[in-house]
Design a protein around this ligand. Structure first.
Ligand SMILES: NC(=O)c1ccc[n+]([C@@H]2O[C@H](COP(=O)([O-])OP(=O)(O)OC[C@H]3O[C@@H](n4cnc5c(N)ncnc54)[C@H](OP(=O)(O)O)[C@@H]3O)[C@@H](O)[C@H]2O)c1
Length: 280
């Protein structure tokens, strides 16, 4: 598709931002679909987000992604926030509307569920309890995505119990919070366990979780994608369960954002995945 005179500008606001893979993802799609456009890393200091967001319309941006530390703060600077972003309490995609209004969305939950379906097309959220380890912003998006996908029971385990309890209270009766010490017993009968903490990331300790009580038929997903195979995913492989890496979530959350800005829903292809894997 060639867009004639239109030039689509988008980017990602974060601090720091140089590490972000999003420019590579979106610029790959601009090229693949022959759309005139560019996606830029946008270093925005904490405290300057309001001014940066207000500048999007004047600069002719179609929108932007938001990453650490701006996802939660952005809520108060936007003109509209969709239901999913409001439930999660964080925005990862901003769309500039026709009148310059700023609309906040959150596609992290969508990206997570899409990554599970890509890895295991037969997996169904409602078939067995889902276990979420962690209760931060990523965990909230995953819980929202799982509920939207039909999960009937979500067990949340977090180091700080109060945060897990607050998450469960926000998302209703299908979500329950449990103490950190019970996380291994909580794997019994589960169809999915997901690490939504920062544990296992390069430079961090592995997630402390034995999979002994997890059914071998379960999926083991990690929100962390650097390294691509975290110690948890290596343990899942050894256990006989299917590992699902965090890169799928990152790639799939980008698709509807690109669609919102350009009108084209792009695909996650092996070529795109290989391009990003080469940067890890
Ligand atoms: N793949 C993707 O597309 C994607 C999307 C979003 C985020 N992420 C990644 O997900 C991770 C979490 O991000 P976030 O935004 O949810 O962060 P966050 O809001 O700061 O939450 C961090 C979570 O990690 C837990 N945690 C931290 N250190 C821990 C430790 N030593 N032991 C046990 N739990 C620990 C925290 O528990 P407490 O509440 O007890 O502190 C909390 O549950 C990051 O690595 C981020 O890069 C990936």
């Amino acid at each position: 598709m060639t867009n004639g005179h239109r030039f689509v500008l988008a980017g990602v606001m974060g601090w720091p931002i140089a590490h972000s893979r999003s420019p590579k993802i979106h610029n790959h799609w601009f090229g693949q679909h022959a759309i005139n456009g560019y996606y830029a890393p946008l270093p925005v200091e904490p405290g300057r987000l309001d001014a940066a967001l207000r500048g999007l319309s004047a600069l002719g941006f179609a929108g932007c992604n938001l990453t650490i530390p701006h996802k939660e703060t952005a809520l108060r600077f936007l003109d509209q926030v969709d239901e999913s972003a409001a439930r999660i309490g964080a925005v990862n995609c901003v769309v500039v509307g026709k009148s310059g209004e700023l609309i906040g969305r959150n596609y992290d939950g969508y990206g997570f569920i899409a990554s599970l379906h890509e890895a295991a097309p037969g997996w169904r959220a409602e078939q067995a309890p889902c276990v979420v380890i962690g209760a931060g912003g990523g965990a909230r998006a995953i819980v929202d995505g799982l509920l939207e996908a039909g999960a009937q029971e979500i067990r949340v385990f977090n180091r700080s119990l109060g945060r897990a309890e607050a998450l469960a209270a926000d998302f209703g009766a299908r979500v329950s919070a449990y103490g950190w010490g019970d996380r291994e017993a909580g794997l019994a009968g589960a169809g999915l366990v997901v690490n939504a903490t920062s544990q296992g990331m390069v430079g961090q300790a592995p997630l402390d979780l034995s999979l002994a009580d997890l059914p071998k038929s379960a999926l083991v997903a990690d929100i962390v994608y650097a390294p691509l195979e975290t110690p948890l995913l290596a343990a899942a492989r050894k256990h006989g369960a299917l590992p699902v890496d965090g890169l799928g979530m990152l790639l799939h959350q980008a698709r509807p954002a690109f669609r919102d800005w350009t009108g084209v829903m792009p695909e996650v292809t092996p070529a795109l995945r290989a391009t990003i894997v080469a940067t890890l």
